[in-house]
Design a protein around this ligand. Structure first.
Ligand SMILES: [Zn+2]
Length: 92
């Protein structure tokens, strides 16, 4: 019987054959979803997938692209957004 906390469905169940040949169920936390663009919802490149505790162990430069809107918008949406911002500046 798993511990009370592990009975939650937020855990993935995996059957593992032990060296003795018996099959036991191991519990592992679910992986978070992949990071997606805030505008077009396409998956983002360069943003690792993992639990927040695992992400925090990475270097800052490995967590998300180091550019404006990095980790929030994809490259084409960033380009469109920056162009729009520049055009707004020229109107004034
Ligand atoms: Zn996008």
């Amino acid at each position: 019987m798993p511990t009370r906390a592990q009975r939650s469905r937020s855990f993935r169940r995996k059957r593992v054959t032990t060296p003795g040949g018996t099959v036991r169920v191991r519990y592992r936390k679910k992986q978070p979803g992949i990071a997606r663009c805030a505008e077009c919802k396409r998956p983002l490149h360069g943003v690792p997938r993992g639990l927040p505790s695992e992400i925090r162990k990475l270097r800052k430069s490995q967590r998300s692209p180091e550019r404006p809107y990095g980790g929030n918008l994809c490259a084409p949406c960033t380009r469109a957004k920056v162009k729009l911002k520049n055009m707004e500046r020229w109107k004034e």
